[in-house]
Design a protein around this ligand. Structure first.
Ligand SMILES: Cc1ncc(C[n+]2csc(CCOP(=O)(O)OP(=O)(O)O)c2C)c(N)n1
Length: 342
């Protein structure tokens, strides 16, 4: 039985929004979406070789939230996230070679081979940390925002997490504190309706939307179509404006669907926890292809431009795999670096 249907309206109402952006900005948003999709597909295609010694959680189907959010951030703004890291890292300007090296556990990986896919970290681009403990990263990101406020800094703290994180006490304690202290923090809840194999309907009462709960804690709160990069970006623009001008925290619930299994490669619907037709249905609302069609219809993207992007991304991905595979493994000495206890 299909339980979760797409509730958005695609790009039908977004024509006027095109005027807010330059052609380059729109093409860049599309490029970022396409790049994340192609990187994920290539990781998926080589994962069976068992050389990437890391669990992976693919973001295919949910790319628009990463690109829509990170598109309005500066390098100095800090981003935190849960275990589904690849899209956030790339959208924040992360280095693809350093990310691939991390997946291959190489010493020059962005987390020095100690993190793997779930713990991408790169201070050069403001990728401040990730945690695989559900909601574990939320108080940390909130604490960072307290630092920004106490030091009178202009940067903002942004944290991505899934719907399951809103079933943890640490989440609500953080929201309460952030609202009380009017902290410059933006909470991005990527609601894909599942916590591993458990649908939202088995975990939370249907009568109260997640973003409404956040609103009741005193946060500026929105729900958006998480397959539409422009919708995410619009909500994020409001949120970042408020955070930078001292108006306090915001909460954005983005609704999209994870096309692949919770972890690893391929679709795992055959195990029975969701209807395979539900996956097929959501694939009609592809964040990459619907934006491509929209831009093409509005004469911003054409076939040759798209092909040039595909070729560029292909080259970048091949180079990143080659770089990672040919990089050195960590030495025994590396194991003791950045370790703070005996
Ligand atoms: C505190 C805690 N409980 C349980 C787990 C096991 N676990 C790992 S991922 C996950 C579900 C995460 O779902 P969600 O936060 O909605 O993110 P999604 O995977 O859907 O992106 C669970 C329960 C964990 N890592 N941490």
């Amino acid at each position: 039985m299909i339980q979760y249907r797409y509730q958005g309206s695609g790009f039908a109402d977004w024509r006027a929004a095109l005027e807010q952006y330059t052609r380059e900005q729109l093409l860049d948003m599309f490029f970022q979406l396409l790049r994340i999709r192609r990187v994920e597909e290539s990781i998926e295609s080589r994962y069976h070789e068992d050389e990437m010694k890391t669990p992976i959680h693919l973001v295919i189907g949910q790319e628009a939230s990463c690109v829509g959010v990170c598109g309005v951030l500066t390098r100095n703004d800090l981003v935190y996230c849960g275990h589904r890291t690849h899209g956030v890292y790339l959208a924040k300007g992360g280095d693809l070679k350093a990310m691939m090296s991390e997946c291959y556990c190489r010493a020059n990986g962005c987390a020095g081979s100690k993190g793997g896919s779930m713990h991408l970290l790169d201070k050069n681009v403001g990728m401040a940390g990730a945690s695989a403990i559900v909601a574990g990263i939320v108080p940390i990101a909130t604490g960072a925002a307290l630092t920004a406020k106490m030091r009178d800094e202009t940067w903002v703290s942004v944290v991505f997490f899934g719907d399951a994180a809103t079933e943890e006490g640490a989440m609500w304690e953080s929201l309460n504190f952030a609202a009380l202290k009017r902290l410059p923090v933006i909470y991005i809840c990527e609601n894909n309706y599942f916590s591993v194999y458990s649908p939202l309907s088995n975990r939370q009462p249907a009568a109260v939307d997640i973003f409404k709960k956040a609103e009741s804690f005193g946060l500026n709160s929105h729900v958006v179509d998480g397959t539409n990069v422009l919708a995410v970006r619009e909500a994020m623009t409001t949120a970042i404006g408020r955070a930078r001008s001292g108006e306090g925290p915001s909460f954005i619930e983005t609704r999209a669907y994870r096309w692949r299994g919770h972890g690893g490669t391929g679709d795992d619907s055959a195990s029975g926890y969701r209807d395979p037709d539900e996956v097929t249905l959501w694939q009609q609302y592809c964040p990459v292809e619907l934006f491509s069609t929209f831009l093409t219809e509005n004469k911003i993207l054409d076939a040759s431009r798209r092909q040039a992007m595909e070729t560029h991304i292909d080259g970048e991905i091949s180079a990143a795999f080659e770089f990672a595979i040919n990089s050195a493994m960590p030495t025994e000495r590396d194991l003791y670096a950045h370790v703070y206890s005996d």
